[in-house]
Design a protein around this ligand. Structure first.
Ligand code: MG
Length: 247
């Protein structure tokens, strides 16, 4: 209803321009919106800490919010406020499912450098279990650009390489818009993602072409809300301070 008022207001405004009414004579209060109030949220003192309305996905204590893909308890190692991929135990995913979200997640590639390219500090953050934001040690390790840290894997190259040294904590702040599907399962609008890596914009409202594929082109398949999934790629990548705001 308010949208209708807004369009009505715009019509009147455009109409008044058409009549060449001088701007100075217009009433400025007509374009003020007072009755729609954004909900008040208390931001954390330290940016990166969860604000008041966030869902805490990892609080440093346990993996109670997570499961293995087969529904059994997640078996990654929790120690001293962080958790680390336990090689061979498989990917883990959140018990809760999500659509559009704001996500904060911190990750660390292992200090001990092992392997090259895709084999060095590889993990991944799969939005809705399908769309991978790559986690990789891309500090001084070369791989294909659309597979480096901050890429939408095999799709979108990050705008810059903002990767810190292995062993240092890194942040991803993500704004994710889920794809929309028609009733017959066709994609109406593709997923979109904005990513800030260590405070630097690396994906700017990037269109996601479909589910992440190692080989071949992605093809969308209709889905609803889904988990956040983290990848066991065999490297001991660590995570901490993970929270989500549903949008
Ligand atoms: Mg990966």
């Amino acid at each position: 209803m308010r949208l209708i008022y807004f369009f009505f207001f715009m019509l009147i405004t455009v109409g008044s321009f058409a009549q060449a009414k001088p701007r100075e004579s217009l009433d400025p209060t007509v374009s003020e919106i007072w009755d729609l109030k954004p909900v008040k949220v208390t931001p954390a003192k330290n940016v990166g800490d969860a604000p008041s309305d966030a869902i805490i996905i990892f609080d440093g204590k346990n993996l109670n919010e997570w499961t293995s893909l087969d529904g059994t308890p997640a078996r990654w190692e929790v120690k001293e406020g962080i958790f680390t991929v336990a090689k061979g135990t498989g990917d883990i995913k959140t018990k809760k499912t999500f659509g559009d979200i704001q996500l904060h997640i911190e990750w660390r590639a292992p200090t001990e450098i092992v392997g090259e390219g895709q084999g060095r500090g590889n993990s991944g953050i799969f939005l809705q279990e399908r769309y991978e934001l790559q986690v990789l040690d891309s500090y001084e390790s070369v791989t294909y650009s659309n597979g480096q840290a901050g890429s939408i894997y095999k799709q979108s190259i990050p705008l810059v390489n903002a990767t810190r040294k292995p062993g240092e904590w890194q942040t991803y702040d993500v704004i994710y818009t889920a794809p929309r599907f028609s009733e017959n399962g066709r994609v109406v609008s593709q997923a979109k993602i904005t990513v800030i890596h260590n405070g630097v914009l690396i994906q700017n409202d990037t269109q996601i072409w479909g589910p992440t594929e190692y080989k071949g082109l992605p093809v969308y398949q209709s889905h609803g809300k889904a988990s956040l999934k983290l990848q066991d790629h065999g490297n001991p990548v660590s995570f901490r301070n993970i929270w989500i705001r549903e949008l």
